[in-house]
Design a protein around this ligand. Structure first.
Ligand code: HEC
Ligand code: HEC
Ligand code: HEC
Ligand code: HEC
Length: 454
């Protein structure tokens, strides 16, 4: 073979191998101390495309919510938004139409002859979506901060959000001799065209498989993370990077991926994001499975679910952090969550509890104390589970006093759990990943203790 032919062959091979890479030139932005490799690489052409897709839609200013009759005085089936004035109610309906079904219009959810009936599944889903949106904004401030979300954050003018996921069907093991692929060895879009495991979402954004893979001690102390487990973690990380359009260094100092001390604060926000996506999938979307018609379900009959890309769509903050939610006050607070003491109801799930405190208080009262009782019962029923407790405070007030208050809250919860008959070794205090609250002012959802049960 002549050298020239060989050269051409090499060039072709190189072109084929590089076809999956991004075409230069690219820009880099330094985000950490020089020499530490804390740089982000951007591709201006991709940025341009993503930027177009991430413009917030125009808003009509809120109507006076106290003026005139209330929606519930006029309409018959408005359990969620009935407290709004008719003018504000109508504005929210018009906005929802723009966000979710601009082409189909009001009739996408309504039977025009009977607006109050729940005859279309889309209306039933929409009502639950309103509750979900309120819950994200009121209950997940550590992730969405004051920016919050509206229907548009996910829907972008489409009835089905562009980025959703379904469970992947298991490998078809016919008579081939390939063995168990363990979901690997096929380039999958969801893990950034790598051939990592193809369904990290079911493991981490529906299930709660542990994400850590690095051992915390130099010598082996029973830490077991298999290669498969490691690849699964990397699969999730590839999705998070692609979903946000950032490199690993947006959240990690690559000197030590595990270390929280060395990580940028965005990693803490991401930590909450993982838990939030998991909760939305388990508590809001999965229970709607039977409500959806079969053509909306995935190959395994499961409902479409959210991941990071559903909201972020390729940018570090959805729509570059445009605070559109603040223009829709009725989507910011959960009407159902408002109890007499102004605190959100305690969260008591098998693996996570959140208990809320009054201003300046480190004692749990009323409903919150009931949440604690439930947590003790959960721990009693799972004799091998451990509870990890972190205390938080609101942004208002003096720093040192606030930090002490956050700690007192955690210590009191620990003492109460131990007093409830749980062995002290099973209850550990954990320094919160984020001490400064992510919100400003006196926010009831910030004055809390979070307990993870593992
Ligand atoms: C994406 C789904 C969706 C779209 C689109 C939508 N609505 Fe609604 N609509 C709802 C839901 C959900 C409720 C119930 C709200 C509640 O539970 O408080 C509702 C309730 C209503 C009611 C109260 C009916 C009654 O008697 O109880 C009226 C009136 C209404 N919508 C008007 C409109 C108009 C006008 C439009 C178009 C500009 C529209 N809606 C578009 C979901 C939708
Ligand atoms: C966190 C992301 C997210 C937010 C926020 C959100 N949705 Fe959804 N929505 C979804 C997902 C995921 C589905 C399931 C997709 C499907 O229909 O198969 C869905 C489905 C729907 C559907 C059914 C559409 C169809 O044709 O099957 C309606 C209607 C809807 N949402 C309305 C709303 C409204 C109204 C809001 C705001 C109050 C809202 N959504 C907020 C993620 C979201
Ligand atoms: C948007 C933020 C974000 C991005 C981008 C990101 N990570 Fe992560 N990473 C996290 C968070 C949060 C955790 C901890 C998750 C948990 O414990 O629930 C984590 C955990 C890890 C771990 C496990 C560390 C341990 O405890 O053993 C590894 C390894 C890792 N990431 C690698 C990567 C790689 C490689 C990339 C780029 C492909 C990446 N990450 C991109 C946020 C991020
Ligand atoms: C329900 C919509 C939604 C989902 C789902 C979601 N996010 Fe976010 N995320 C937001 C919003 C809104 C913000 C902006 C908050 C702010 O302004 O500080 C944000 C902010 C962030 C930030 C902070 C960016 C910065 O520069 O400060 C990170 C990191 C992040 N998200 C990671 C994730 C990861 C990782 C996932 C998936 C596990 C995820 N998000 C899922 C809505 C979402």
């Amino acid at each position: 073979m002549s050298n020239r032919l060989f050269g051409a062959g090499v060039a072709l091979l190189a072109a084929a191998l590089l076809a999956g890479c991004e075409r230069p030139p690219v820009d880099t932005v330094q985000r950490g101390y020089r020499g530490t490799g804390m740089e982000l690489v951007y591709n201006p052409r991709i940025e341009l495309r993503v930027a177009e897709a991430n413009q917030a839609p125009p808003v009509t200013p809120p109507a006076d919510s106290d003026a005139g009759p209330k929606a519930r005085d006029i309409y018959k089936n408005v359990p969620l938004l009935g407290h709004l004035s008719v003018a504000e109610f109508t504005r929210v309906m018009a906005a929802m139409t723009e966000w979710v079904s601009p082409e189909q219009g009001c009739n996408y959810c309504h039977d025009p002859a009977a607006m109050g009936e729940d005859s279309k599944y889309t209306k039933v889903v929409a009502r639950r979506m309103i509750e979900m949106t309120q819950h994200i904004n009121a209950g997940w401030k550590p992730h969405v901060a004051a920016t919050g979300v509206t229907c548009y954050t996910c829907h972008r003018g489409k009835a089905v959000p562009l980025q959703v996921w379904f469970k992947a069907p298991p490998q078809d093991k016919r008579s081939d001799f390939i063995g168990d692929l363990a979901g690997q060895n096929q380039p999958m879009k969801m893990v950034g065209m790598s051939s990592l495991t193809y369904d990290p979402y079911s493991l981490y954004l529906l299930g709660d498989q542990t994400i850590g893979i690095g051992a915390s001690t130099a010598l082996p102390t029973g830490h077991v993370a298999s290669i498969l487990h490691t690849e699964e973690t990397y699969g999730l990380m590839m999705h998070m990077s692609a979903g946000l359009g950032v490199n690993c260094t947006y959240c990690h100092n690559t000197r030590n991926f595990k270390s929280w001390e060395g990580s940028p604060p965005q990693r803490t926000t991401a930590w909450h994001g993982i838990r939030m996506a998991r909760e939305l999938n388990n508590d809001y979307l999965e229970p709607l499975t039977k409500t959806f018609p079969a053509n909306r379900l995935g190959p395994l009959g499961d409902v479409a679910k959210v991941n990071c890309a559903t909201c972020h769509q390729g940018v570090y903050k959805p729509m570059y952090g445009a605070p559109m939610a603040k223009n829709y006050p009725s989507l910011l607070v959960s009407a159902a969550a408002k109890v007499a003491d102004g605190l959100p109801p305690p969260l008591a799930e098998p693996t996570r509890s959140v208990l809320y405190f009054g201003v300046g208080s480190a004692t749990l009262e009323g409903e919150q104390a009931k949440g604690l009782t439930q947590l003790i019962a959960t721990l009693g029923a799972k004799p091998t589970a451990k509870a990890q407790i972190s205390g938080y405070h609101s942004a208002a007030g003096e720093k040192a006093a606030n930090e002490k208050l956050a700690k007192d809250r955690a210590v009191n919860v620990r003492d109460a759990i131990v007093a409830g008959g749980i062995a002290p070794a099973r209850v550990v205090l954990d320094k919160p990943l984020q001490v400064g609250a992510n919100v400003s002012g006196e926010d009831p959802s910030a004055r809390r203790v979070e307990v993870t049960v593992k």
